[in-house]
Design a protein. Structure first.
Length: 334
């Protein structure tokens, strides 16, 4: 008996210690980034702030299906996640990338000719890129990040996000795979620079390892995530999906109230979806045909609802519309 009790407690102990995500070690000592970033800031930022995002992320996903998801999957569908997962998965990913691209000047590696050419072609020069990134960082109100990313059409893009969001997330307007980022939360610079964000931005450029950014550029160009980001970048489809899910799933359980309240909204979203511009890879006749059918079905549902059709009729119609929507989704993932 004692043996089984021991096994039980061992199991509980191991469960508590099994942590999905863990703090990546810095490549250099905390004081190696001086004089641009002081050792105390680096230590607090890495060992306290970044660690807190990881601890809270692990807490938020423990015992859920999300434990088995990669950090990219957690980020991709951020709009479907809780604030705790969105903020802490973002915090973990963003800081990991930030540490990776920073190096003391004596350890930095040179930019590749491919990335240098892409910067010249997109921004005219490295100086113009720097100005653009600093503008993004300066005008970011409150806390957030500024990014250099590779877009689904394989171009370079500068963008900024609030809080711990990033360009991989479906809540971001400008999506891509980030290859460089600058943390503009006050915790990144306050001890040395106080409220002078501009001075910190001037200093941080001395720590960018362009050789590492170049490696990330090459990896991003060949990453299948770019294809997924392109397909996923259809806001009208997501908007429709939300209303469909919130009306169809209760109807499945014979609760027609949400559909009765929102049939006009469902119809409006189906029309917006049909009129919207699909991502390039999804702009195909079969998708269009299915969307025309979907709109027709949603218009009929709204009409029947306004005439007080029975629950049975409405349930049958929303189930058929849901089947059509599934067909759209399948076509999108072909
Ligand atoms: Fe930070």
């Amino acid at each position: 008996m004692k043996f089984f009790a021991f096994l039980f407690f061992l199991f509980i102990a191991l469960s508590n210690f099994s942590q999905n995500h863990s703090l990546p070690a810095l490549k250099y000592a905390y004081n190696a980034y001086e004089p641009w970033i002081d050792a105390q800031t680096m230590e607090i930022h890495h060992a306290k702030h970044h660690q807190a995002y990881i601890t809270n992320l692990n807490k938020a996903i423990v015992g859920t299906k999300m434990e088995k998801l990669s950090i990219i999957d957690l980020l991709m569908y951020a709009s479907f996640r809780s604030d705790a997962v969105r903020n802490n998965a973002g915090g973990h990913f963003n800081h990991s990338l930030f540490w990776d691209i920073l190096a003391p000047q004596t350890s930095q590696t040179p930019i590749s000719s491919d990335l240098a050419a892409a910067i010249d072609s997109e921004f005219k020069s490295m100086d113009t890129l720097r100005v653009k990134i600093n503008q993004g960082a300066t005008t970011r109100f409150g806390s957030g990040w500024v990014w250099l990313s590779v877009t689904p059409d394989k171009k370079l893009m500068v963008s900024s996000t609030a809080n711990q969001d990033n360009p991989i997330m479906d809540v971001s307007k400008d999506r891509g795979i980030p290859i460089l980022c600058i943390d503009v939360w006050e915790h990144a610079y306050y001890l040395k620079y106080q409220n002078k964000r501009g001075d910190y931005l001037g200093a941080i450029w001395n720590l960018i390892d362009w050789g590492i950014v170049s490696q990330k550029y090459n990896a991003a160009l060949n990453d299948s995530l770019l294809v997924e980001l392109e397909k996923d970048n259809w806001m009208e489809l997501k908007d429709f999906h939300k209303v469909m899910a919130q009306t169809f799933h209760p109807a499945e359980k014979d609760n027609l109230e949400p559909l009765r309240k929102r049939s006009a909204e469902l119809m409006a979203k189906s029309s917006l979806l049909l009129a919207s511009k699909a991502p390039k890879s999804l702009d195909k006749p079969a998708v269009k045909v299915a969307l025309v059918q979907l709109e027709k079905q949603c218009i009929e549902i709204n009409k029947l609802n306004s005439k007080n059709a029975s629950d049975l009729v409405l349930k049958k119609k929303i189930t058929a519309a849901h089947d059509t929507f599934h067909k759209v989704q399948e076509l999108c993932h072909d």
